[in-house]
Design a protein around this ligand. Sequence first.
Ligand SMILES: Nc1ncnc2c1ncn2[C@@H]1O[C@H](COP(=O)(O)OP(=O)(O)O)[C@@H](O)[C@H]1O
Ligand SMILES: [Mg+2]
Length: 426
Amino acid sequence: MAWQSGQSLYGDRYTIRKKLGQGGFGITYLAEDEQGQPVVIKTLTDEIMNSLDDTGDHDKFLRDFEKEALSLALCRHPHIVQIENFFTHQGLPCIVMEYVAGLDLGKRLRQQGALPEAEAVRYVQQVADGLRVIHQKGRLHRDIKPQNIMVRANTQEAVLIDFGIAREFLPDVTQTHTRAATDGFAPIEQYDNQARRGEFTDVYALAATLSTLITGANPPPSFIRVVKDRFKVPDNCSAAVRTAIEQGMALEPEARPGTVGAWLTLLPSLQVQPQPSPPEPKASPLQVPARYQRLAELLKAGDWRGADAETTQQMLAVANRTEEGWLDIKSIDNFPCEDLRAIDQLWVHYSQGRFGFSVQKRIYQALGGTKGSQQKVWDAFRDAVGWRKGRKFPDITFNIKAEEGHLPLGLSCRWVGEYSGITLLF
Ligand SMILES: Nc1ncnc2c1ncn2[C@@H]1O[C@H](COP(=O)(O)OP(=O)(O)O)[C@@H](O)[C@H]1O
Ligand SMILES: [Mg+2]
């Protein structure tokens, strides 16, 4: 049953405002968070949930769904919608994501017809750049098409939405009753449950999207093309774009560029334009309190190991726990915010946003973590920031190329059995 406006979810954290859309798999709602900020919540349809009950695969499906949602939450890119949270409400899995104010390209095509080539290429390049992050994490989008690309209002910034999360691991029975692929954009392998998918699967959909944006018409379904190929590469575009569409939409997966990066090289060298940089605190001169001068120097010199040790040392000194070498609940509760912020700012500044407690906190929250979360979230967090090996002490890489949020290691917070300063930030 669809939720009505005013319905509250997840212990009043979110309130439904209206339904944005309903497809074969999911229902998408506009909602508000506790601060009154708009968010989008996506859940599954009753039909899908009922058919899962029939197959008895319900629990496995929910586990897979959550795993995929958490993994996508870690894909941060200006052209990928940011997943903010995941929860279940009365057995329904719900994904909370950023609300993108603007129009999706499907609506835009219906309202205004085909796009100028340069604009179409720009959006597709942006989305492709974001896709690379998804592919790097070993995930696929699986449903790229104009309707799943939003353009932020009053800008030319595209954002890819609607990951086909549920599709691939629904039991076969369910898949046959629902459309697991979008005709015109899905390559042949997506119509065969047994066939191998890969980055080349998204490449096909991306090239089909580019063709659609330029011509205003959807390509014929790939399963029809296999029988008789009436698809015509648009002739109202540049030679490079024609080649990119032709190669990207090759029917056989092996004939397509194997990665989005390889496909992108076929497009004109119109670069993805850098985002207008948000006003960053680092634009103002960095204030370094005397206590943290040495930390700043170490960070500036790229001595990540030294900086990490210095961070630990200073935090213990601030908390008056140098002798003990770890923080107890009292010292965590009383830890001065200014100190925490100063340390964090230095790390964020010198790592160009890669390391720092606030970076760790963002990742932790994206994984559904709150103060005192269960072990499961900690494990996912540890995995995300690359503290994989060994349960007792994480395996640390003192290198800027380490995972986002990998440093600083921070302090041993024995009461949670963890080695992170983020507990201090709640
Ligand atoms: N994060 C978002 N911000 C703004 N609008 C969105 C967002 N996600 C979805 N929408 C709107 O809702 C429509 C349907 O959502 P979508 O996630 O694509 O689900 P489905 O295609 O399964 O119905 C989209 O085409 C878009 O217009
Ligand atoms: Mg959609």
